[in-house]
Design a protein around this ligand. Structure first.
Ligand SMILES: *Cc1c(COP(=O)(O)O)cnc(C)c1O
Length: 362
């Protein structure tokens, strides 16, 4: 038998994650100049990184021969969130902490529950740990929490909830999430993925971290990849009860977040001006793109993130036409939405380029 056949069947069954097409890849394929390409495919921050974070990275290069020390970032997050330091677990992106949660609580013979059209990493992390996936049909493209509660089996050990969800942008009212936590058995971990939390209007945000006191099975994940603009550095974190954080830390690589990422994240956390600018740019850009989609007669799913998903008659064909015009968006057939495309909110000029190219692509 071949060496590949030696991998467990559950590993061989994994379909690889398909990332947004990199600018350099499209430039090579289409013979386009890198500068002429607009990439609105991976929910990256169109303003780049925070200037304070950039300065911190430049300074941190001086100590790059040393192994990283996570203390400063953990202390800053614990203080900001009002939790103990032993409740914070850093990740190489929040993707890393999702994987840690799967490795801690899942194994062959166990299952996890998530919604149809939810983030692609939930089935990936589940299958990597040998767990079985229970995908629950969505309601109006969003999580159907009642159906998800009903789908929990005796062998279920993790429920994944993205709020707001990617790629649909749906937002679950906090009261519904809390009622769900009350209804879920205490021996099932609930991972509440809040990667887009900072794009919610501040007045609408609720301190979900405070719920951990009542729900020691709650794991909240957040990231520096989105509003903080550090996707390429890879840094995110989980907040959990100290007993769950302790387990996550046992399977974590000791040096999973690098020196530059730690320094940048510490600085980004305090760059309130950059965060406010990013929020405001997103709010205006969302209005611009939604108005443009309406003008083109295209239905969209109202979004609470930094992206919006809209319907076209043929997602793959429209995507190809956009690519030929140097505009990269995200086809989401892999999320069960073959006739939708997801576009990240960009700068005003990028949004305009996208809308013009889209009009020609329909
Ligand atoms: C972007 C995203 C993440 C964050 O990924 P990182 O690994 O932190 O870059 C997590 N969850 C969802 C739903 C996302 O869209």
């Amino acid at each position: 038998m071949s060496i590949a056949a030696q991998a467990p069947a559950y590993i061989r069954a994994i379909s690889p994650y398909v990332p947004g097409k990199p600018i350099t890849a499209l430039a090579r394929e289409m013979g386009l100049a890198v500068e002429s390409i607009v990439k609105l495919a991976s929910n990256e921050n169109p303003l780049g990184m925070s200037p304070k974070a950039r300065a911190a990275v430049e300074k941190a290069i001086a100590g790059i021969e040393r192994y990283p020390d996570q203390f400063e970032l953990i202390a800053a997050l614990a203080e900001r969130l009002g939790v103990a330091q032993n409740q914070i677990v850093l990740g190489n992106g929040s993707n890393d902490v999702l994987d840690l949660a799967a490795r801690v609580f899942l194994a062959p013979g166990r299952s996890s529950v998530f919604s149809q059209h939810a983030f692609a990493v939930y089935p990936l992390a589940t299958m990597s740990a040998g767990g079985e996936c229970i995908a629950v049909p969505a309601r109006h493209y969003g999580h159907d929490l009642a159906a998800m509660r009903a789908a929990i089996r005796p062998d279920t050990r993790v429920v994944w909830i993205a709020n707001p969800n990617n790629p649909t942008g749906n937002f679950l009212p906090y009261a519904e999430v809390k009622a769900f936590l009350q209804a879920v058995p205490a021996d099932v971990a609930v991972v509440l993925d809040e990667a887009y939390n900072e794009y919610l209007p501040p007045a609408e945000r609720v301190d979900t971290v405070a719920w951990i006191r009542d729900f020691p099975n709650l794991i909240i994940t957040r990231t520096f990849s989105k509003i903080h603009g550090l996707a390429g550095l890879r840094v995110g974190y989980a907040v959990a009860s100290s007993e769950v954080a302790d387990l996550l830390n046992r399977v974590r690589q000791p040096f999973n977040v690098n020196n530059l990422a730690i320094a940048a994240a510490c600085a980004a956390l305090d760059d309130h001006l950059f965060i406010a600018e990013s929020y405001e740019l997103n709010r205006r850009g969302m209005e611009q793109i939604v108005a443009g989609l309406k003008r083109l007669g295209l239905e969209h799913i109202p979004s609470h993130g930094n992206f919006v998903t809209f319907a076209v008659s043929d997602g793959a064909a429209a995507n190809q036409k956009l690519l030929r015009q140097g505009v990269i968006v995200r086809p989401i057939g892999g999320y069960g939405l073959p006739n939708h495309l997801r576009v990240t909110i960009g700068r005003e000029t990028e949004n305009l380029r996208f809308l013009e190219a889209l009009e020609i692509s329909l």
